[in-house]
Write a protein of this length. Sequence first.
Lengths: 108, 629
Amino acid sequence: MAVSITEQGAKRVNDFLANRGNGIGVRLGVKTTGCSGMAYVIEFVDDVNADEDEVFESNGVTIVVDKKSLVYIDGTEMDFVKEGLNEGFAFKNPNEKDACGCGESFTV
Amino acid sequence: MALLQISEPGQSTKPHEHKFAIGIDLGTTNSLVASVRSGKADTLSDVDGKHLLPSVVRYSADSIVVGLAAKENQVKDPHNTISSIKRLMGRGVEDLKAQFKSLSDELPYEFAEGDSVVPRIKTAAGNKTAVEISADILKVLKLRGEETLGDELEGAVITVPAYFDDAQRQATKDAATLAGINVLRLLNEPTAAAVAYGLDSGAEGIVAVYDLGGGTFDISIMQLKQGVFEVLSTGGDSALGGDDFDHAIAQWILEQAGVDSSELSSSSLRLVLQEACSAKEALSEHTETEIKIDFSADKNWTGILNREILNTLIDPLIKKTLMSCRRALRDADVDKEQVIDVVMVGGSTRALRVREQVGEFFETEPKVDIDPDRVVAIGAAIQANALVGNDAEGNLLLMDVLPLSLGLETMGGLAEKIISRNTPIPVSRAQEFTTYKDGQTAMAVHVVQGERDLVDDCRSLAKFELRGFPSHVAGAARIRVTFQVDADGLLSVSAKEETSGIEASVEVKPSYGLQDSEIEAMLKASMEFAANDKDARSLREQQVEADRVLEAIDSAMADDGEEMLSAEEREAILQVRQELEISRHNATEAQQLKDAMSKLEKVSAEYVARRMNASVQKSMAGHQVEEFK
């Protein structure tokens, strides 16, 4: 089981971490909410919970995923994307079967 | 596909519930919009990558153009191309007549005749007020924010000069409303700049904000105390800026080239000014720069401008700004040595000489790390982000706080705090109260401010009465009292009896008449007398309780004392009751009263039990036992 991040994504994560001044990486996860089942979560990480979290390294970024979320996003690659003026992180999740129109929530 | 930003731990929002907020620097010459994404505040660019939006609007019969495209048409279409509209915000026709000798002379616009107090500029798209024109600029910035963040906005913080009065601030708010923007707060420009540098979470003290733009200079002296920036004084020169630097350099070029400016065409003159400006900018990086100008086919000039010459040219102008600084310090009653930070704002503070001179004047290294053109918008964005609740916990900005707690008087002259000191405003808090006596149909609400436990030691703000609610037994009525303090510090208190819906309310200005020194004294007293207050409070509480017990026993005795008690029993209870009444008035410690009450409780325990039984029997009389199974 693993998750990863593209080089471009890693660069931005490190930029944001440097700007924030502290934090060890990013936490990826899912929440059971949203218009079609699950929603992605992406947060800065200050603490890792050894019992609940799995830790991955990808392109120099520490990615933390709690074990419950991992089954839903295993194999996901995170990327940083620009769409017109809008820019941000996108999940490329092979488990995702159906997403709502906005792409913020999905089902597996 | 929605693109996600990194949230603070535990602060992720649900889909479609992201709280996007922007900061807007609505400037006289240029405007900017900024936001915080993945924890980083930055200005937002348009599709061409440009961050600055010239605050220029061009109206034609079928379109409204804002920004650079409008600015480029200013010479061609002066009547329909409006710039520097910020100068007219919140100004009436009368104000403008006082400000400018003749409207049409000084401002290149045609004003519509009419009896309206608000000046209206005639354009191809109809008559426009300053509010409408500003709204057109704000709409463009809002759209840029929405497109960049990919969703609707929760709201915006818009900056205004520290010297803006209520009318000008209201006009700015109106413009935002017209543009469909929810204004989270108007923020003073110098405060925004200080926030961008994080000074609000730094050491308390005096901060100076030196804002030198293209055409104007502003200096603000502020005091940071408990996360709040208070503007102590403002000053400046509305006709001094970086453009004057360019003019001084251009003058020098003409002298060196031996050219008389009166012989030059306006296009040649503009060319010289442009060269002067580029030379000025080049000298922020290099120690000297070469200037080449072709005045005409047979006349051209090449020369070297170095930093020393530049300094002698612009020093007199910088001196003028420093004189304004000195005046502002004097107005604020602050010494130069007290200034702990100087924040540089405005493109012209890029000039090294300006930084050097300002640093020397205030005897401190000025802050220049954030782009001086964008620093105000960035500060506004940080504030907006905090106001919609996206900031990490504990990082919430306390821009405006209640100086002293607000509360009301309860039985026994005790002050019950509803909103405590240092709560950020605006804020609304409600608490439920009840009646003290059987059959009570009115309640007095006495609003007080202060930290002490007894009403007598707090400041009385207002009194009002809630009358005519239905009679209930003591403790059954539910009266909800709501305290609301708006962003301007205006307090309104309302009381509502929940069962009948009867309401009453009052509006007060809590800080009215309270000087800082008074606030300080009130705070100090609350610390010094903390122990006294605690004792006084518990005594009062027991006194209130004793009154309640006395009243209960009296009413019970009057009711059925004769039939349920023997003469001896009655005598025993009455004697202890008498003792309690005496202690109620004489006791100096809460414990004495507590003891007297428990004595009465003991002696009347049997009586209470008999009454209970009687009441149960009464309610069951005439019913079958089965009914209660």
